[in-house]
Structure formats: C-alpha cells, structure tokens
Design a protein around this ligand. Sequence first.
Ligand SMILES: Cc1cc2nc3c(=O)[nH]c(=O)nc-3n(C[C@H](O)[C@H](O)[C@H](O)COP(=O)(O)OP(=O)(O)OC[C@H]3O[C@@H](n4cnc5c(N)ncnc54)[C@H](O)[C@@H]3O)c2cc1C
Length: 327
Amino acid sequence: MDRFDLLIVGGGPIGIACGLEAQKKGLSYVIIEKGPIVNSLFNYPVNMQFFSSSERLEIDDIPFISNEAKPKRNESLEYYRRIVTSNKLKIHLFEKVETIEKGTEGFKVVTTKNTYTATSITIATGFYDLPNLLEVPGEKLPKVSHYYKDPHFYASQKLAVVGASNSAIDAALECWRKGAEVTLIIRGPEVGKRVKYWVRPDIMNRIEEGSIKAYYNTTVKEIREKEIELETPEGKIILENDFVLALTGYTPNFKFLESIGIELSKDEKRLPNYNPETMETNIKGIYLAGVICGGMETHKWFIENSRVHAKIIIENILRKKESEISN
Ligand SMILES: Cc1cc2nc3c(=O)[nH]c(=O)nc-3n(C[C@H](O)[C@H](O)[C@H](O)COP(=O)(O)OP(=O)(O)OC[C@H]3O[C@@H](n4cnc5c(N)ncnc54)[C@H](O)[C@@H]3O)c2cc1C
C-alpha cells in the first residue's frame, strides 16, 4: 500500500498546480487522474480559445507562450503537459478515485487500480463530468450529445443547439460557418449575459440576418430520429433535425463529495463547506481546490482565480506538519 503526505484527486490545471507546489515544498504526494493529463481541457472543443490571456492561466509563474494573447485548447494541452513531464510530477493517469475513508493512519483511498494511504487529501475534480440533462424523451438517442468537439461533423446537417451560454453560442457560430443549418433553442428571453463581449455582436448579427434561427423562451419537449418538438411561446412546433447539441452546462459530482462526508449547503447553490482561508473542508485534512469549490456556481471559480488554491493548501499542510513536529 502506498503512503503519501498528500493525495490529489484530479489532474486538471488546479490539481497539477497543487502537485507542483507539494513537490517544491518537499511533500510526498501523488495526483490521481481518471483520464489523460488535463482531461477536461482535452475534451473541450478542438478549436476552443480561452477567454483568459495566457499569462493568467500560468501555474507557478512558468511562462505560457501562445500565438495570440488568448491561447487555444491545443496550446493549453502543450503547456500543462509540459509542466507535468518536465517537472516529473507524480501523476497516475486513467485511474479513478472511488472512495475516501478516514482510517487510523490517515485517509484510505481506493481507486480503480490501487489502495493508498494519505495524511491529507485535495479534491480538485472540477465540474465537466456530469452534463445537465434536458430530461426529455429521446435524449439518449445517438444523435444527441452534451459535449461539442468538431464543427466538421455537422456540415450540411440540420443541427439544433440547446443553450445560451458561451459553449452553446461558440458551437452554433462555428457549425454554421462550416455549413450546418443551425437552430438555437434558448430557454430564457435572450442570449446569455456572460457570452464573451467580442462574440455577442457576431451571434446577434447572425440571428438578425436570419442565418441562424433562434427560438427564445423555448424548451425542447421531445427528440425523435428525424425531428424535434419544441414548446415555444406561440405553441408547439416540430422541426426537421439531424443532430442535437445540448450544451446546458455541467454539474460537479456532489455524490462523491457527500460520500466523503463533505457538507453541502441546503440551498440550490450546494456550496461545499470549506474555510476559504485554508481551503480545508469540514473534514479535517481534506481540502478543496479549483472549480469544485463553487458548488452549482460553476462560473465562480476558474483557472485564473483558483490557481492560488495550491499555495494556500500546501502552506496549511506544511504548517500542520511543523506544529506536529514541534509538539
Ligand atoms: C469551453 C470552456 C472555456 C473555458 N475558458 C476558460 C478561460 O479562458 N479561463 C479560465 O480561467 N477558465 C476557463 N474555463 C474554466 C476552466 O477550464 C475550469 O475552471 C478549469 O478546468 C478548472 O480546473 P480544475 O482543475 O478545477 O478542474 P478540471 O480541469 O475540470 O479538472 C478536474 C479533473 O478531475 C478529474 N476527475 C474527476 N473525478 C475524478 C475521480 N473520481 N478520480 C480521478 N480523477 C477525477 C477529471 O478527469 C479532470 O481531469 C473554461 C471552461 C470551458 C468549459
């Protein structure tokens, strides 16, 4: 059985930042990642461009050089992968953490491949694994996807994009530019307020000129092989349809947090209970880092503003270690 000062769950940008900081400060640690390095970023759309400029995505001031001010997904894969490989970070890939229990000698962590013991745990599992479902008949048809990858796939096809946020709008524009016939289905009265300020005029112009058809205050009622049924303010309509991209956001894995004993607020935000000064949760020795800290507010924390979590957590672990030694 492997023993560590710190076991980090999730090898996204923030899990990697925690591993790098632990290594610098001489802690024994391991990062357990259920997919490849930065799995979420790997699964982002192939042509995706960050809204942050590259220096704001840097870890530990290691320069992130990109062609344009705002890097593309591929450049981010190069950057974070290079941090892992050139610093020889201890990361176990394609291994999923299944359970974490408090034992007499620390936490017992069971994964799909091994069992570990760790004095401290950092959970940096992000929010990209569980899509918010439409919960309508037909959602499980192969023509429906909750992840958007490549516009080429949708060329010359009738594509319905459900959602009004950055992901949905980027996908709608990109697919339309590659020859898809795009319909946007928006639950509220307008395109999302958080849509990037330089993208908003583009989508509004495409909608106004009729290149992309948008239905506002509209929900999907049913998805069938060759059509979709919508509930619009004017009543029910049926559209011919080849593919549906349901880009309605993602939810953190709350069941995993609860199984460990981490408390969540009772309101709709489901905020995990942690001390923002140390990032330690209600379970002593278990810390949270990255986007998972926001509960349902998945826009609250992102790489730019949560990379600092790494230093806060490692500092706290070191302080505890020192006080144990001096006692
Ligand atoms: C399209 C898009 C554009 C974005 N643009 C920006 C931007 O410009 N700037 C910015 O700052 N942020 C941006 N973000 C947000 C940013 O990508 C996330 O905030 C960031 O990935 C959070 O990092 P993280 O390490 O907390 O989580 P993640 O990157 O999601 O990493 C979590 C990791 O945990 C792994 N994992 C989950 N459960 C387990 C388990 N049980 N066992 C082992 N591993 C597990 C996952 O596989 C994943 O690799 C964007 C997000 C999207 C979707």
